[in-house]
Design a protein around this ligand. Structure first.
Ligand code: CA
Ligand code: CA
Ligand code: CA
Length: 715
């Protein structure tokens, strides 16, 4: 099992998990005209923004301390990230428990002023939303009738009717059964004290404990409330026309509705590739759309292609041709469509939440929709998506609206089936309709994505601001904490762009292409602390060939990459690499495959990190490729690039690595819901025990003489 207790966030987070609600805490204290402190809290973290006026020249600095109410001593906060052009300082304090009251004091120093400017503030950590005490409790059942009163003995039948009756404080209980309908909720407002709750009635339902279903729908009596839009048809019931080369077509009327409208069609429960047009379906080879770039490392490219496929035509695939009204299918060589069962979605979203506030949706199973399990948009605020099982959908949870704030996404289990059949290049070429993401938020402020289990999508957990880097309201003050992701085609956590005060803490992953994609971080500060995982390519990815000047702090992570040619980290390289600055990496442990262990640039500050290259055979050693220089030892690296004065290359003596496992074997695992046994905790003989440095603002209950390198503290 991939179960390791890890430092230091897990216990704090689990303590907050059993109850849920959403309450924004925001207090602003201002003492001087020249400066202002704003605090923004989530359930686990506090974000600071100091607005300041720098007299005369760019030399003002600041620092902060904090304490939880009741504590005597103040704790030093992290170093501020200063944006002088905007006159802002940012920083985050973490981790806290839900409901904690936190006091903050800031001292600003500007040599051009008479004395320091002092600011104080306090804030209360958000508390999970709970159902109100005196609302109505209504019931919905697959055997109900809308003409009923909505009581337990006389339940309603449709969500449409039920939603029209719900008011602030009301609870709708959904009895176990299969519901061939989604929930559409528009402009429905609860309050933090009186949320509107829609919940599966099954007690003891835990999304994470439900075995991942390979079939889209349960066989007979489900023990959960299952929402679906799936229709199924046996291939032998369809009048197929053969076009040669394994291509078949059928009139769309055979599928009752245009399956392409909903963008989800599966063969035997495995998702098919959905070409956007018949032209694309016929053109095929994806190399013409996404040429293989010369990255300067032929060995890497070769291995990358070996691992991720060269972009052959996607099989099995389909497309809908409006002109002929026919669906076209391309199956594996020699396959026969009449031998298979086809499933297709007939509606877009399992639950759509538009312009709503303070909804709590929990304990539902959502399977087989054409766009997403949950679509939350249009300025929704303070909505909680908790403990749901979401599967066989292009996107699990989706928001694309920067006015949607304070989403709580906790404890959900999300997965898809079938994407492993398509190469990385094919999926990156964007020829397909619909998404392939577990969670994707291009949303506003204050999101909490905690303790979700996400697997077998292409990208697992994305919180991107890349499309509008100058909008500071985007994805800021948001947390990605304690999630677990595995068997992905591309990234585990992708925060390309990087919002102000973004926290990525204590997450783990297994068998994704990358662990943490920070490509680029153009805003920040982004804190990546205490995460660990196993990737097929990079642990840390910075290399998308765009400027990346934002602040990003990586502390106490353990990244393990397997296979030849893999890197622990990749930064922008090449003849004219784009600007790069603001990255700090300390106390991390990087274990990687042979060839290049590290590629990087000036603008990154590395120290106190540990490195190891597997397998450690002759001629296979850590190599730092830095601004055109190649360094084989840390001494050379420090002399040549001024980095890693106190780093260490050594066998970390982890509890259990997987040196016998090849990347190709890992790739095959993407087809399954399987984990492998490895354990990145340090054993007592590890040379990385007590080798770390104490970092200002990073809580660490270390044992022995000092913090250990990596995500774990040895006993
Ligand atoms: Ca000044
Ligand atoms: Ca990605
Ligand atoms: Ca220690």
């Amino acid at each position: 099992m991939f179960t390791c207790t890890h430092y230091p966030f897990r216990s704090t987070i689990l303590a907050a998990l059993p109850v849920f609600s959403c309450l924004l805490s925001l207090e602003v204290f201002s003492q001087e005209d020249s400066a202002k402190l704003e605090l923004y809290s989530t359930y686990h973290c506090v974000g600071l923004e100091v607005s300041f006026k720098d007299e005369k020249n760019a030399n003002a600095t600041g620092e902060f301390q904090y304490r939880v109410k009741g504590e005597e001593a103040w704790t030093d906060g992290v170093d501020f990230t200063i944006d002088r052009a905007r006159g802002k300082m940012w920083g985050s304090a973490f981790p806290f428990k839900s409901g904690d009251e936190v006091e903050v004091k800031v001292v600003l120093t500007d040599p051009d002023l008479n004395g320091p400017v002092k600011l104080e503030g306090k804030t209360k950590l958000r508390k999970p939303m709970e159902p109100g005490k005196d609302g109505n409790i209504y019931h919905l059942s697959s055997k109900g009738k809308d003409a009923n009163e909505g009581t337990k003995s006389a339940p309603w039948a449709t969500f449409k009717h039920a939603v029209s009756r719900l008011k602030a404080g009301d609870v709708l209980r959904v009895e176990p059964g299969v519901y061939r309908q989604g929930i559409h909720i528009e402009n429905l407002q609860g309050t933090p004290e009186k949320p509107i709750v829609i919940e599966g009635a099954a007690t003891g339902f835990d999304a994470r404990s439900v075995a991942s279903r390979l079939s889209i729908l349960p066989d007979s009596k489900p023990n959960t409330a299952v929402l679906t839009s799936i229709r199924e048809i046996e291939g032998k019931a369809i009048k197929w026309k053969s076009h040669g080369n394994d291509v078949y077509s059928a009139p769309v009327s055979d599928f009752y509705r245009a399956a392409n409208e909903a963008s989800y069609l599966a063969m035997d429960g495995m998702r098919m590739f959905n070409y956007r047009t018949l032209d694309l379906f016929e053109q095929n080879p994806c190399e013409t759309v996404m040429p293989v770039k010369d990255r300067g490392y032929s060995v890497e490219q070769k291995v990358f292609d070996q691992l991720n496929g060269k972009g052959e035509e996607a099989r099995p695939a389909y497309t809908y041709d409006r002109d002929s009204g026919r669906l076209h299918f391309r199956l594996s060589k020699g396959d026969d469509p009449s031998k298979h069962r086809f499933s297709y979605a007939t509606a877009e979203d399992g639950v759509s939440i538009l312009g709503c506030s303070n909804l709590l949706i929990r304990n539902l199973e959502i399977a087989g929709f054409g766009r997403s399990g949950f679509f939350i948009n249009d300025g929704s605020n303070g909505c909680s998506i908790v403990n749901n099982l979401i599967h066989h959908v292009p996107i699990g949870i989706f928001c694309e609206d920067r006015k949607t704030d304070a989403l709580t996404i906790w404890n959900n289990h999300l997965y898809d089936r079938g994407l492993h059949q398509f190469s990385w290049r094919t999926l990156m070429a964007k020829k397909s309709a619909g998404g392939h993401h577990g969670i994707i938020l291009r949303a506003g402020r204050g999101h909490s994505v905690v303790e979700n289990r996400i697997h077998n999508f292409f990208d697992l957990l994305c919180m991107n601001v890349e499309s509008d880097l100058d909008d500071l309201t985007f994805s800021r003050d948001s947390d990605i904490i304690g999630n677990y992701g595995y068997n992905a085609g591309d990234d585990y956590i992708e925060v390309d762009g990087g919002g102000v005060n973004m926290r990525i803490l204590g997450n783990r992953n297994f068998n994704t292409l990358e662990c943490w994609s920070l490509a680029p971080i153009e805003r920040g500060p982004v804190y990546v602390v205490g995460n660990y995982g196993l990737a097929r390519n990079y642990s840390v990815k910075f290399n998308n060939n765009k400027p990346t000047r934002g602040a990003c702090f990586l502390y106490h992570n353990t990244g393990y990459t397997v296979g030849p040619g893999t890197k622990a980290m990749q930064m922008p390289l090449g003849k004219e690499p784009p600007p790069f600055a603001g990255k700090v990496l300390k106390n991390n442990l990087f274990i990687s495959g042979k060839t290049f262990a590290f590629g990087g640039r000036l603008g990154a500050k590395l120290d106190y990190n540990g490195y190891w290259v597997l397998p450690a055979g002759p001629g296979e050693e850590a190599v730092f490729n830095w601004e055109g220089g190649m360094y084989k030892t840390l001494e050379e690296f420090y002399k040549g690039a001024g980095n890693e004065e106190r780093g260490l290359i050594a066998d970390p003596k982890c509890a259990r690595l997987l040196p016998e496992l090849s990347s190709l074997e890992l790739l095959k695992l993407r087809a399954e819901d399987r984990e492998l046994e490895f354990d990145l905790r340090l054993t007592g003989e590890s040379p990385f025990i007590d080798r770390g440095v104490i970092i200002r603002g990073i809580k660490h209950d270390y044992k022995g003489q000092g913090p250990d390198i990596g995500a774990f503290e040895a006993k």
